[in-house]
Design a protein around this ligand. Structure first.
Ligand code: GLP
Length: 243
């Protein structure tokens, strides 16, 4: 695993965005795996800027997002489709029909299989962006007693519902279920970039990347991936070994 540690959130965002921008420049028709959450917002803002400055183009890029809440219509401001349009897709030259998110409305086994197949049909994910939940979840793969393999339906943990309630008017509005790429899907990506910032992520960063690989900490599996870059700010990196 490679670690890049930057002074603050803005520098972390720029640094992680550079990895994506470079990749898009070199492979204009690449397949990106994208993530939501507050952490990647700055990175998306950097990519929007790069695109409007003419440095990169998304015109041949295909994207697959990690996850989506179940039962939230895409027009709902808290749906991940809305988030992606708002933060990235509406501001770059991407073809919307090449932007994919799991369908949270028709969330069943067939939808999961089709999503997995759609990724394979595009030749797999070249570079996958990940945030990390406070409990170590990646996508919506929650702590469990086994690693999930393919795109699947999950019951969200109370801790995740609580953490994500900050985006909703009331905690009772937070969906209880989601559909997410599996750990196996994520591990098949050719390259993975993880972003985390703030003191609140310091403990889980240490546990996930310097602790044992266990399904109770889903992100720990990334230690077994051959090409992972973790981009942190000073605070999120504050508990990791210094050598
Ligand atoms: C959400 C998303 C994850 C994200 C995580 C962290 O639940 N499903 O993909 O990485 O939470 O979010 P944040 O970046 O806001 O801390």
């Amino acid at each position: 695993m490679k670690f890049i540690i930057e002074k603050d959130y803005d520098k972390m965002s720029r640094s992680a965005a550079d990895i994506f921008a470079e990749h898009i420049e070199q492979n204009p028709s690449c397949v990106l795996g994208l993530a939501t959450g507050s952490t990647p917002e700055g990175l998306y803002a950097c990519l929007v800027k790069d695109c409007s400055d003419g440095k990169i183009s998304f015109s041949d890029v295909t994207t697959f997002n990690l996850d989506e809440y179940c039962d939230l219509p895409v027009e709902n401001e808290q749906s991940y489709r809305y988030f992606m349009n708002f933060n990235l897709f509406d501001h770059v030259d991407i073809a919307k029909n090449r932007t994919n998110l799991p369908c949270g409305i028709k969330a069943d086994d067939e939808t999961c299989k089709n999503y997995e197949q759609a990724i394979e049909d595009e030749g797999g994910i070249d570079i996958q962006l990940l945030g990390i939940g406070h409990n170590g979840h990646i996508g919506f793969n929650e702590p469990s007693d086994s690693f999930s393999v393919i795109t699947n339906l999950v019951d969200l943990k109370d801790s995740t519902i609580e953490a994500n309630s900050r985006f909703f008017d009331d905690i009772s509005d937070v969906p209880k279920r989601a559909i997410t790429m599996g750990i196996g899907t994520i591990m098949k990506a050719r390259k993975v970039v993880v972003v985390a910032n703030g003191q609140g992520k310091a403990e889980i960063v240490k546990k996930a990347f310097f602790g044992p690989v266990v399904p109770e900490v889903p992100a720990s599996v990334l230690q077994l991936h051959p090409d992972v870059t973790v981009v942190l700010d000073d605070e999120a990196a504050s508990l990791i070994p210094k050598d």
